[in-house]
Design a protein around this ligand. Structure first.
Ligand SMILES: Cc1ncc(COP(=O)(O)O)c(C=O)c1O
Length: 964
């Protein structure tokens, strides 16, 4: 055999499941003579791309990683004292390796199927408990996208929850001493919905103002000053004004929590609980509030319920379905959140426990205090009266510029404001760092540091004034007090991981969610310090690697979408929707069309679409779908014409959420343009477009991309994600800005996310995917996603009605299996979803976009054998349903109704079901070799909603569970 010295293994062949032989076999089975024929039968000819994607040639994994390391090393890791909500932290190795770098955690989906998600649900309950106890609040969610958007959510929740006395109040007061990114985001979010924002010094707060409904205060404030606001909160209450605090979890181990001052809402970021700064994200923001607001809380709340045997079990509470239920009446569009990072922060609290956290906080505070004392000896004045980690040093201009130069040469970043330098300390700083800071200040005034450090350190103490010093206990639950040895922690993490089904077990064919391969080579750079340890507001020249990556990625995504430019700022799909709509709004306003505020949205749209439109100040007009699931073009035309003078946009998902490439899409875009509107394309289904067509080619004006779907960022159990928007030429000037770092268009809208480039540190994943696939690889992946879907359709269509197909009888990249008829024999779609667990599978998407159905999306990454395993399971389940039809199985007491079956049930001494244990737990031969055991039986969701408990289960019950 001849030797070939160049490697032949392409990454594409690892990413894609089917081999060339499989492809031939599948094409034959589905009755297509070639891939080209299949695509022609699936995608309307008029929108097919007639040129290859203009992207760099594909790189091998090894070559990419080598080259990317060189790019990463252009980022310079300076010690950051900048603060402003981003602090250096030490990620405990056991969490880094076993959570952040572990596909068992990062490839899981949002825990809708609670019986196979008890691990991450428990981890999230730990997170919620941490937040509740540190903030002193009655409940918390898990989680929001960043501190700034969490503050905006607080504002809108309070606005929607005004007491009777304040029914018409519309003013929200914001203490000017708030982080700049929060301030900017509040401007973005308040403007379109008509909330009057009043940003001013707290001394100007007039609580008797009848128009005032709420106040937001940063605690400690941007200067680092911690102020006791108990009297202010009490006075606000007397005047029916609600109070929100933006705060810092670590500080609250030492400071009186806002909850004890009477706050209504407390928000912030949990970043410094073991999640790297990552040049801005991703990190989990928290949102804690009072029970009274429990039905208004944005995002996901994890609650405790019971399973069929009465055992405690966790599941997501009602709020989770907020947009799908409330749609245009929803006040928040939050969907994908920051689950993986919330899990990490929760584990950080478990790992350190209350004592450890207090120690970290004390050390941080001690370093700030020591530095202040030492600087005082050199003649520098520290201006904060009470502080936690941030000191404010008065300096003149000359001193400041000298200090800045010395600091930079010592590879340190301070925060510089007129007349003062701010220094924020954190867990990663040491005594040596404090000494180095003091030396820099000394050099600026030509002094020599000759201090007795031993004496200075000897009398450090936490001497916060009464009222500000925390006196209450926190994290007393056993879970925060028993896993401090690494072995215990490791085993706890593994124990939880083992309860959850993720992509490491089997395919997760969630329609609209695109659970494809998250390749290891794509994930490796995420935890490189060159990406993790940069502060988002560090000087730009220290982030040259990041900027190079952003520029390339922007170019690539712009090429893929067929548009003119891309903003990387939105940090979820729903944030992308909001950003896109705000850009459309700004465009109309720039043309004097302030009145254009109607958003046409098809009834099949994802719930975030109408919610985002309302947040952008638009009015939603629904457009019907016809019996084939397509947009009813006649209805659309009528509505577009009727609202012609006020039309802002259409929001359309393509291919549709019904899994069809609608033939009329070009005409649809034209109708909207003819009536003065812009076309917003929801890019959730881009996995069916890349390389074969594009939103730009189709005629849309803006689309968001869920990088956590099409571009391989793992779902993380419900986040992180990224939702960049790509736009046509006329919208480029309006792309979003950031108040600290220059970014966005020439007439940029205010910030959409806290950080200028959203969750920057996970962008390497999508970057790696595109770089290793190249244009041809990406296009092939799209073809295979369509082929895999049509193969599943071929295997299942004689067992389950397929609800919609395109003109050529083909599915796009996903399809809807209609399960509604089975109600005749009492079988609900939920029963099928739960029964799939017994076969080792996560259910496809349940009841979206059509109630009572399953939407299946296999993606290109699954092999034929995995597709067959899934289809075998679905066919076997259909046979089990048939047994009920045929009277062979009882209508109430059958394998579907009793699913999932746990090991406890199968191993119990008594077995009272009218079918065998083998049928229950090993329903097909393959299951025996690879059994996944759900750890709880069917969970009673209604019970959990009626009895909402969102903190760790009580100690007594916990103890009995451990003993079992
Ligand atoms: C069609 C569609 N649009 C929008 C979204 C919202 O995206 P995200 O969850 O990233 O906010 C989703 C999420 O599943 C979706 O399926």
């Amino acid at each position: 055999m001849k030797i070939n010295l160049s490697p032949t293994t392409k990454f594409e062949n690892r990413h894609n499941g089917p081999s060339p032989e499989d492809i031939s076999m599948m094409l034959e089975k589905i009755g297509a003579s070639s891939m080209e024929e299949l695509i022609d039968q699936t995608i309307p000819k008029s929108i097919q791309m007639n040129r290859p994607l203009d992207l760099p040639a594909a790189k091998s994994e090894a070559a990419f990683l080598k080259e990317f390391k060189a790019l990463a090393s252009k980022n310079k890791i300076f010690k950051s004292f900048i603060g402003l909500g981003y602090y250096d932290t030490i990620v405990p190795g056991v969490i880094l390796r076993n959570v952040l770098e572990n596909p068992g955690w990062y490839t899981a989906y949002t825990p809708y199927q609670a019986e196979i998600a008890q691990g991450r649900l428990e981890a999230l309950i730990n997170y919620q408990t941490t937040v509740m106890e540190l903030t002193g609040m009655e409940m918390a969610n898990a989680s929001l996208l960043d501190e700034a958007t969490a503050a905006a959510e607080a504002m809108t929740m309070l606005h929607a929850s005004k007491p009777r006395e304040k029914k018409n109040a519309n003013k929200f007061f914001v203490d000017e001493k708030i982080f700049p990114q929060t301030k900017d985001l509040l401007i973005t979010r308040s403007t379109p919905i008509g909330i009057e924002l009043h940003i001013a010094p707290l001394s100007e707060l007039d609580l008797t103002d009848s128009d005032l409904f709420g106040v937001l205060i940063q605690y400690p404030n941007i200067d680092g000053e911690a102020i006791d606001h108990a009297a202010l909160v009490a006075a606000a209450k007397e005047n029916h004004v609600m109070t929100a605090f933006a705060t810092d979890l670590l500080a609250l181990t030492l400071l009186t929590p806002p909850g004890e001052m009477g706050a209504d809402v407390v928000v912030g970021t949990s970043q410094r609980f073991g999640v790297p700064m990552g040049f801005g994200g991703p990190h989990a923001a928290f949102f804690a509030t009072k029970e009274a607001f429990k039905r208004q809380v944005p995002g996901r709340i994890i609650g405790v319920s019971v399973d069929r045997d009465g055992n405690k079990a966790y599941r997501m509470a009602l709020q989770t379905r907020e947009q799908h239920i409330k749609r245009e009446k929803a006040t928040s569009n939050i969907c994908t959140a920051q689950v993986l990072l919330a899990v990490m922060a929760g584990f950080y609290a478990v790992y350190h426990g209350p004592k450890g956290l207090k120690e970290i906080a004390s050390r941080t505070h001690g370093l700030a205090q020591l530095t202040a004392k030492a600087l005082a000896k050199l003649g520098f004045e520290q201006e904060n009266k009470s502080y936690f980690d941030t000191i404010k040093i008065k300096v003149n201009d000359v001193e400041q510029s000298k200090i800045q130069a010395f600091a930079l040469s010592a590879e340190m970043n301070f925060r510089y404001e007129p007349g003062a330098i701010f220094l924020s300390f954190d867990e990663a700083k040491t005594l040596e760092d404090a000494i180095a800071v003091v030396e820099i200040f000394a050099m600026s005034t030509n002094q020599k540091v000759d201090l007795d450090w031993n004496a200075l350190t000897a009398d450090l103490d936490i001497n916060l004034p009464q009222g500000l010093a925390r006196t209450s206990d926190f994290l007393t639950h056993p879970v925060f007090n028993q896993f401090h040895a690494e072995h215990e922690m490791l085993r706890y993490i593994k124990r939880l991981e083992n309860k959850d089904l993720s992509l490491v077990h089997s395919m997760i064919s969630l329609g609209s969610c695109t659970m494809k391969l998250n390749a290891t080579a794509e994930m490796i750079p995420v935890t490189w310090p060159e990406f993790g340890q940069l502060h988002p507001f560090c000087p730009q020249d220290q982030a040259a690697g990041y900027y190079e990556m952003f520029q390339n990625l922007r170019n690539w995504l712009t090429e893929i979408t067929g548009f003119a430019d891309t903003s990387l700022q939105p940090n979820s799909g729903a944030q992308g929707e909001y950003a896109g709509l705000m850009v459309i709004r700004a465009y109309h306003q720039s043309r004097g069309d302030h009145h254009r505020n109607i958003a046409l949205i098809p009834t099949s749209a994802h719930g975030t679409n109408p919610a985002s439109a309302v947040m952008a100040g638009m009015k939603v007009v629904l457009v019907k779908c016809d019996e084939k699931g397509n947009i009813d073009v006649t209805d659309l035309k009528e509505k577009a014409e009727a609202h012609s003078s006020n039309l802002a946009c259409l929001m359309v998902t393509y291919p549709s959420t019904h899994g069809v490439f609608e033939e009329a899409i070009r005409e649809i875009c034209q109708i909207i343009h003819d009536n003065g509107g812009q076309v917003y394309m929801d890019g959730a289904n881009m996995n069916a477009q890349v390389g074969l067509t594009s939103p730009g080619l189709i005629g849309a004006d803006v689309c968001h991309l869920n990088l956590h779907k099409t571009f391989c960022i793992p779902h993380g159990g419900g986040g992180p994600g990224m939702g960049p928007i790509s736009v046509a030429k006329q919208l480029v000037p309006f792309l979003p800005s950031n108040p600290v770092v220059k970014t966005g268009g020439t007439q940029a809208i205010h910030a959409i996310s806290a950080a200028p480039f959203g969750s920057a540190s996970i962008l390497p994943i999508s970057y790696a995917y595109i770089a290793m696939m190249g244009g041809d690889g990406l296009t092939n992946a799209t073809r295979l996603a369509i082929l895999n879907a049509n193969y599943i359709k071929y295997r299942l269509e004689s067992h389950y009605p397929i609800l919609y197909t395109g003109k050529g009888g083909r599915a796009a990249h996903e399809m809807i299996l209609d399960c509604r008829a089975f109600k005749e024999v009492g079988v609900e779609v939920e029963d099928i979803a739960k029964r799939l667990m017994d076969y080792g599978f996560h259910a496809p998407t349940v009841s979206f976009p059509v109630a009572g159905t399953l939407m299946v999306e296999p993606t290109e990454s699954e092999t034929v054998s995995e597709l067959d395993r899934f289809c075998d399971a679905m066919i076997a389940i259909r046979a089990e349903i048939q047994e009920i039809y045929d009277g062979e199985a009882d209508k109430e007491n059958n394998v579907l109704k009793n699913a999932p079956h746990t090991a406890g049930l199968a191993l119990a001494d008594t077995w009272e079901f009218p079918y065998s244990r083998t049928k229950a737990v090993y329903p097909l031969p393959y299951v025996k070799g690879n059994k996944f055991w759900p750890t709880v039986r069917r969970i009673d969701s209604a019970y959990g909603d009626r009895n909402l408990i969102c903190s760790c289960i009580p100690v007594e019950e916990y103890a009995s569970e451990v003993a079992e």
